[in-house]
Write a protein that binds this ligand. Sequence first.
Ligand SMILES: CC(C)(COP(=O)(O)OP(=O)(O)OC[C@H]1O[C@@H](n2cnc3c(N)ncnc32)[C@H](O)[C@@H]1OP(=O)(O)O)[C@@H](O)C(=O)NCCC(=O)NCCS
Length: 310
Amino acid sequence: MTNDEFVAIGIDTNDAWIRDRTGIRERHVAGPDETLTSLAATASRIAMTDAGVAASEIDAIVMATVSPDHLLPAAAVEVQAALGATRAAAFDVGAACTGWIYGVVVAEGLVATGTAETVLVIGGELLTRIVNWKDRNTCVLFGDGVGATIVKRSQKGRGVLSSYIRSDGTLAKLLWRPSGGGANPVSEATLADGSFWVQMQGREVFKHAVRSMADACDRALDGAKLSADSIDLVIPHQANTRIIEATAKHAGISMNKVYVNVDRYGNTSAASIPIALDEARRAGRITDGSTVMFVGFGAGFTWGSLVVRF
Ligand SMILES: CC(C)(COP(=O)(O)OP(=O)(O)OC[C@H]1O[C@@H](n2cnc3c(N)ncnc32)[C@H](O)[C@@H]1OP(=O)(O)O)[C@@H](O)C(=O)NCCC(=O)NCCS
């Protein structure tokens, strides 16, 4: 869906505003017959084929999402059933846009403790189903998508070199869904006031995002005992090109070492980093031995980073 299509459906916005403020040109919207589960199963099968892993080998499925098909049970068990991953534990991680980074940290722990050998980590969202399509402050920013990855025991010095995850729940109301949960259940009043849709104070979120992305970069490099020069590619959460550029500048990494695809997907929350990872690999920007820094932030607030050698 292009920016102009919002104008066509009566939203008071324009292509120039969206591109100048966010860098977004278009985003994907799931079709009426598609669900988070169907997209996640498709992405997972592609990742499993790529990694040479059969469904029967998966010990755990970690699904990062804030837009599940159902509020109960976890989105991960729906994927477990769709894949026929009969041996797998399955649960969700709700860390919003930092969700895939959190998920990899959980997977790393499962593998390190010997609880699991093979973990499927998915970041997926159908955000277009939880934003208010009449609210120009949010609807133009988000998109749908899923990325899937396989985590296994590392060999020959490859794998996760450092990880860092943090949160600050005092900022929760800057980006949240005020109703629909137990504190403010679905009722005629919440349906009428639309408070179950995503609500965001964009400018405040922007400030915190820039700050937390900078912190996450510093901690990832410190943890891996690497300088910015040793990073071959940065894959940041794709929310906004201005936030990505500020992050790269802070880290002292030129933009030609930063993967950007927000222009084509919008913000897909937990899916944004694994989608970008897949594209970067297919484009040959990650090869054996590449050192990649992942950095993200999201609702919560949550933020975090990983340095991974491929
Ligand atoms: C949302 C964001 C793009 C807005 O950009 P901004 O430069 O901060 O713009 P402001 O919020 O100050 O709004 C400026 C004006 O544009 C208007 N505006 C908001 N959305 C608009 C849209 N889609 N089209 C046109 N105008 C819009 C506002 O109403 C405001 O008008 P006003 O000055 O008359 O009140 C920016 O704050 C942002 O990217 N924040 C981070 C959001 C994010 O990444 N969230 C996800 C976190 S994981």
